[in-house]
Each structure stands twice: as structure tokens, then as C-alpha cells.
Design a binder for this molecule. Sequence first.
Ligand SMILES: Nc1ncnc2c1ncn2[C@@H]1O[C@H](COP(=O)(O)OP(=O)(O)OP(=O)(O)O)[C@@H](O)[C@H]1O
Ligand SMILES: [Mg+2]
Length: 240
Amino acid sequence: MSTAVTEPALALELRHISSGYAGTTVLRNIDLSVPAGSVTALVGPNGAGKSTLLKTVSGLIRPNAGSVRLGGVDVSMLAAHERAGLGLCHVPEGRGVFRSLTVRENLRLQAAPGNEAEASDRCIAAFPILGQRLDQTAGTLSGGQQQMLAMCRAYARSPRLVLVDEASLGLAPIIVDEIFTFLETIVTRGSSLLIVDQFVTRALDIASTAYLLDRGEIAFAGTSAELREGDVFQRYLGDR
Ligand SMILES: Nc1ncnc2c1ncn2[C@@H]1O[C@H](COP(=O)(O)OP(=O)(O)OP(=O)(O)O)[C@@H](O)[C@H]1O
Ligand SMILES: [Mg+2]
């Protein structure tokens, strides 16, 4: 008899999610899954509800209806910090760094207690520029450097699921390349990813599964190749 523990096939599963803000429903009846060990891209026009969906997964917003399962565990009733404790990492839009702290202090805070040195070394190996800026306050880093530091959160604790919202926004193409290479690295290390990015084709290039969100509803679910080749891509996303 095998004693091997099998990993759940789905890193994330949303069922019939309805969610939004006080007085407004943004997402309606969302079913979405992220297969373990792979990248899922969430695309759609501005205002479609992509960031709202990520916030609903991480627990920053409570859904009005439906369930959120992480690695097979129903976390619908858990707070954001409890979901983080189960291996969820949300890298929000707009650079989630502590601006008044130094790079070194930010890296320390991102790591699990007792693992600070190893985690910092690993992040610096991924983004060497951060190693040259350890004593600089994060708020004075360039936009690209701040985004690298923010992305290190997804590396410091080897999370099971990483939600990445608009990592490449406003960055120079060469930095965008670094960020996408980094995303692939964290998948190689065993994390699953749900990514939203303005560079839709680049996101689809590294994704195996894709969802298109339009006005709060799923307009397409399938493989990223199917999305790229189908009419729906042109219709919603034009030449992106
Ligand atoms: N805090 C908030 N309170 C009220 N409404 C909000 C709030 N945040 C977002 N919304 C609304 O919810 C809808 C979806 O916004 P969301 O930010 O999820 O879209 P998005 O797909 O991420 O768009 P973008 O591509 O521009 O980032 C929009 O109509 C937006 O105005
Ligand atoms: Mg958004």
C-alpha cells in the first residue's frame, strides 16, 4: 500500500462566487480553478473585476455567495492573514512594499521567522540589484526595483499559491522580462500562480489555463492557446 501523500490537483477553486463592494456587486457567479503547479492567466478589459477577484481570493473582500478553496480546503470563512498562513501570497497592484523601511528590512519581514538570511539571499540571487541597495529605503527605489522587491514576497516563503496583479505596470521592457522570468522561476520551485497583467500575450505565453472576465462574468475558460486562437481574444482584447 502506498503511503505517499498526494497533493490536491487544484491549488485554487472558486465556485459560484458573487462579490463586490458596499452596495455594488462586481463579480457574478464565478467558477474558476488554478491547477496545481502551473500558471493561470486572468484577462479582461479595464474594470472587468480582475483585481476584485484576486482580493476575494486573498480574503481582502468577503464574497456575498459561493466558496473559495485553497488546496482543497474551504477558506471562505477565513480572514486574509489566515489564508496567508495556509500558503497564499497576494502581490497587489501598486507595489506592496514598506516604503519607509530599507530593502534589507523589507526582505526580513517577507521571510518566515528564523529563515530571514536564507530567504534574503535567495531573493538577491533572483534580483541582484536589490543586493546593491540593501540600506536604501524602499520608497526611494525606482519603480522597477520596487516591483522586484514586492515580487520577492512570492519567493521568501515558497507559497503554494501566488496572486500577481499587474506586476509589469509602468515598467521598462527589460524589467518586464526580468519579472516574467521570475514568475517562471517561482513555478519551478513549486508555487502555483494566478496572474493578471496588461501584457496579455506575455501572460498567456507562460500560462497553461486562461480565463477572460467581462463585466464581472467569465466570458471564456479554457487553455491559454485556445484563448489566443479564438475569436473571443480579438473581440475583447484587440491587439494586446
Ligand atoms: N474599493 C472599491 N469600492 C467600490 N467599487 C470599486 C472598488 N474597487 C473597484 N471598484 C469597482 O469595481 C469594478 C471592478 O474593478 P477592478 O479593480 O476589480 O477591475 P479590474 O478588472 O482590475 O480593472 P483594471 O484592468 O483597470 O485594473 C469597477 O467598476 C470599479 O470601479
Ligand atoms: Mg485591476
